[in-house]
Structure formats: C-alpha cells, structure tokens
Design a protein around this ligand. Structure first.
Ligand SMILES: NC(=O)c1ccc[n+]([C@@H]2O[C@H](COP(=O)([O-])OP(=O)(O)OC[C@H]3O[C@@H](n4cnc5c(N)ncnc54)[C@H](O)[C@@H]3O)[C@@H](O)[C@H]2O)c1
Ligand SMILES: O=c1ccn([C@@H]2O[C@H](COP(=O)(O)OP(=O)(O)O[C@H]3O[C@H](CO)[C@@H](O)[C@H](O)[C@H]3O)[C@@H](O)[C@H]2O)c(=O)[nH]1
Length: 427
C-alpha cells in the first residue's frame, strides 16, 4: 500500500508509523549498511520508541527486503523521505529527491501512484522542479503519477510521539486521485488535515521552522543586548517574560502576534523597538534583528500601498476602513493608516475618504491630511471605488457582504484568515 524511500529519522518513523496504523509498508534505502541494521531489528540512530516499534512491525506490516519494483508496484503512495542538505550557497540540494523520483519511474509498472514529498523542500520545488522533471520523465516512460507535498513537523527525540499524534497534517495536492489516496492513509491519525496547493504546503513547513529559528535568534540577540548593557539577569528576564498570559491556553493568544497585517503601530511597539536598538548601539552592539524588524515595519506599509497602486486607477476613490492603530482603541499614534494614506497620496491618489468607528476626529486633528471623512460605514462604501481595510474593527467583520460589494484590500486578513483561506480542513 505504501512505500517509504529513505529510512532516516523521518523515513523510518514514517514507515513504522503507517505500519502501526495497519498499512502494509515497504521501506527502501540506498544505504545498504543502514538497511542491514534495520533488517536485524536495529535502529541505526538513537530515537526513543523506534526500536520497540521496529520489533513489533518488522515482518508483519513493515517489509524491508523487497525489491524497489515490488515495493513501488504494490503501493499507491510512494513517500520520499530522503535528505535535502543545504548547498554552499544556502540553497537546498535536490539531487537525492530527484534521484528518488527517477527510481520510482524506472521501477513503476505504469499503474497510477502518488509520489509524496515528505522531505523538506523550498516553496515552489514541486511546481517548478519536480513537476517539470516528471513531465520530462513521462515523455520517456509514459507512466501516470500524481504528486503531493506532505511536510513533516516531527522533532528529533520526540519523533514517534510527534508522528503518531500530529498537531495537524498538511497536504499539498492538486489532483483528486492523489488527494483521495492521501486522505485514506491519514484518516487513522485523527488530526486536522489541511489540503492546500503545492507551494502553500511547502511554505507552511518553512513558516514553522523559520519562526522557530527567528525566535531563537531573537532571544539570543536580546541576551547579547543585555550582556552589553550589563547587570541584567537574562535567564530570569526570560522566565518572567514567559508568564505573560498570552503564551498560555489553547490556542495561546500569542498566536495573534504571529499573524501578518499591515505593520505595528501605537505608542509602544514602534518607539520601544527603536529605543532598545538605540541603547544597544550606544553600548557597542548592533541589534540586527531589531533593526531588521523596524525596517520590515516600514516596508510592509509601502508593500501594501504598492498592492493598491498595482490595480487601482489613480482617479478612483479609495475608502480607508480604520484609522486607529488597533480595534477597540481610538489611539492614532504611529498608526499604520497614517503612513499608508501618505504613501497613497504620494502615489497620486487624490480622492481618499476614511471611516473609523471611533478615531475620525482625533486622526483628522493629529495629521491634517488632504482626505475626507465620513461618519458611517455605509456612506464610505457608497462613495468608494476601492476599499482598504487597515484596522480590525468588529463592525467591519460584521459587514462582510456590504464590504464585498466593492473591491476590498483586506490588509488585516479579516476575511481571508491565512489559516483558512487556502486550506480546507477535514477530519
Ligand atoms: N530530522 C528531522 O527531525 C526532520 C524533521 C522533519 C523534516 N525533516 C526533513 O526530512 C528529510 C529527511 O531527513 P532525515 O533527518 O530523515 O534524513 P536522514 O539523512 O536521516 O535520512 C535520509 C535517508 O535517505 C536515504 N536515501 C538517499 N537517497 C535515497 C534514494 N534515492 N532512495 C532511497 N533512500 C535514499 C539515505 O541513505 C538516508 O538513509 C530532510 O529533507 C529533512 O529536512 C527532517
Ligand atoms: O529555545 C531554544 C530551542 C531550541 N534551541 C536549539 O534549536 C535547535 C533545534 O531544536 P528543535 O527544534 O527542538 O529540534 P529539531 O529536531 O531540529 O526540530 C526542528 O526541525 C524539524 C525539522 O524540520 C521540525 O520538524 C521541528 O518542528 C523543529 O522543531 C537545537 O540546536 C536546540 O538546542 C535553542 O537554542 N533554544
């Protein structure tokens, strides 16, 4: 039913996991020594629980002494778990992956199977590299295959538990036959399954890993800032930081911080981020993550203005939804709306009309921009050709139908939550 190519940390765990769930699984590896060990019930690396699982499954559902041909042709899903090491220039080396794809083609008897990339590959690998490669192979072999991306999120040391109890399963798939097969093999896991396109699936894996690496480097940058300033108990500071209630609960409210939008504003985050970078510099340390953080906060606003300028004609009326820096507040200090409106004015949009449930007056008095204001959402929509949502007010959320009568730039992702816009959740 399933073949797993590559029996390293991910592959052996995957093979034993599916085997444990009752599927017949063929395990294949090009490393003869590794394979020999596995055949002798030996896990070639240290990972808790795998030895026990190998003892239970080998010779039952898990088969490692079959030829590649037998494995591939008895399987509907071929899951590739080979290494994708980094090259010197930082890019991913896809040699093993493409070799594995070729091996599948050479061995296939021509019945339909789906080749599933579980190895971590950069977004666009399937669409721009694997798919064209498969099309090229197909001109030679003419064997129908489907493609899917199924990134793996397990951690070493917890591989078995993470694989058997995934937080979610992500499947990038663009044809029904492959989707059906993947749906079947993941049903026993009782986890949410998210079907997305290839690029999104690959991206989600990097979104996860780079968030983790960024948080670690951020923490380390902060420790270096603290060391340079001196007399700061770094470990204690981090422990106290973790007491913020937004880190706890399910889902932790902190997840709303890991969410794109149109930049942070308000009286605190912009000035405090700048001030810490500045005092670090005074103490002889350049806080590059903080500096990049500030720079991104500028760039995102320009990016949003450019998105509008790319499609909206200069003589259209732009309706701004939201002026305060966040909902449930009338504070307009450093509000992204101010900067985005200024950028639109610079780009030549002269008809800008704005509405905020609370902050019209204070915004007008603070910034004196050449725009007009209206006092109801209905009037704003009526007067505008384009709508630009910049503050996450519930009044906007509650009026989706009205807002969607015009083209809407939803820059707070109110109606297109990144979590659900590309994903269909089942299970
Ligand atoms: N290690 C992790 O915690 C982890 C977690 C999630 C994702 N990943 C990703 O999964 C992939 C595999 O990682 P790993 O740690 O299991 O690697 P690994 O090096 O432990 O295992 C890869 C295996 O693939 C085998 N192989 C190479 N070419 C082959 C081919 N043509 N046919 C059959 N087998 C072949 C190798 O001999 C090796 O045993 C990588 O892309 C990695 O980034 C790793
Ligand atoms: O606060 C922290 C947490 C981790 N680390 C270090 O970060 C590295 C990675 O740790 P961890 O994430 O626990 O291990 P991995 O097994 O490499 O797992 C990561 O990489 C996998 C492969 O892509 C993903 O599947 C996992 O979700 C992701 O956590 C290690 O050097 C840790 O010491 C720190 O320095 N500080």
């Amino acid at each position: 039913m399933i073949t797993v190519l590559g029996l390293g940390f991910v592959g052996l765990t995957t093979a034993l996991g599916f085997s444990k769930k009752g599927f017949k699984v063929y395990g294949v590896d090009v490393n003869a020594q590794k394979l020999e060990k596995i055949k002798n019930y030996e896990v070639p690396f240290y990972e808790p629980h795998l030895e026990e699982a190998l003892r239970d499954e080998l010779g039952n559902n898990f088969i490692v002494d079959a030829s590649l041909e037998e494995a591939v042709n008895n399987s509907k899903a071929i899951i590739i778990c080979v290494g994708t090491p980094g090259k010197e220039d930082g890019s991913a080396d896809l040699t093993y992956l493409l070799d594995a794809v070729k091996n599948v083609f050479e061995s296939s008897d021509g019945t339909f199977k789906v080749i599933v990339t579980k190895s971590t590959v950069p977004p666009s690998t399937i669409s721009r590299q694997v798919k064209p490669y498969v099309e090229q192979l197909n001109r030679e072999y003419n064997k129908p295959v489907g493609l899917a991306s199924n990134p793996e999120f397990l951690r070493e040391g917890y591989a078995w538990d993470d694989f058997m109890n995934p937080d979610r399963v992500v499947i990038g798939v663009e044809d029904e036959q492959s989707k059906e097969i993947l749906n079947q093999i993941y049903q026993p896991f009782k986890a949410p399954i998210h079907y997305v396109n290839y690029n999104s699936a690959e991206f989600i894996k990097y979104l996860s890993n780079t968030l983790l690496s960024t948080l670690i480097s951020f923490s380390n940058e902060m420790a270096m800032v603290a060391d340079h300033i001196g007399d700061i108990d770094v470990a204690r500071a981090f422990k106290i930081l973790h007491e913020d209630k937004r880190w706890h609960g399910q889902p932790a409210a902190m997840s709303s911080y890991v969410y794109p939008g149109c930049g942070y504003g308000g009286y605190c985050l912009p000035k405090d981020t700048a001030a810490l970078s500045s005092i670090a510099q005074e103490n002889g340390f350049t806080a590059r993550i903080l500096d990049a953080n500030l720079q991104i906060n500028e760039e995102i606003k320009e990016h949003m203005a450019e998105k509008i300028a790319a499609v909206a004609s200069k003589d259209s009326t732009i309706g701004i939804l939201g002026l305060s820096f966040k909902s449930n507040s009338d504070d307009v200090r450093f509000t992204p709306s101010k900067f985005i409106i200024e950028k639109l004015l610079e780009k030549g949009y002269t008809n800008i009309v704005a509405y905020d449930p609370m902050a019209n007056e204070v915004f007008k008095a603070s910034y004196n921009l050449p725009i007009s204001y209206v006092d109801s959402l209905e009037t704003l929509v009526e007067q505008s050709d384009e709508l630009v949502l910049l503050t996450n007010w519930s009044e906007f959320k509650e009026n989706e139908e009205l807002l969607k009568t015009k083209r809407l730039f939803d820059f707070r992702y109110v109606f297109t939550s990144p979590a659900t816009s590309v994903a269909e959740t089942i299970g």
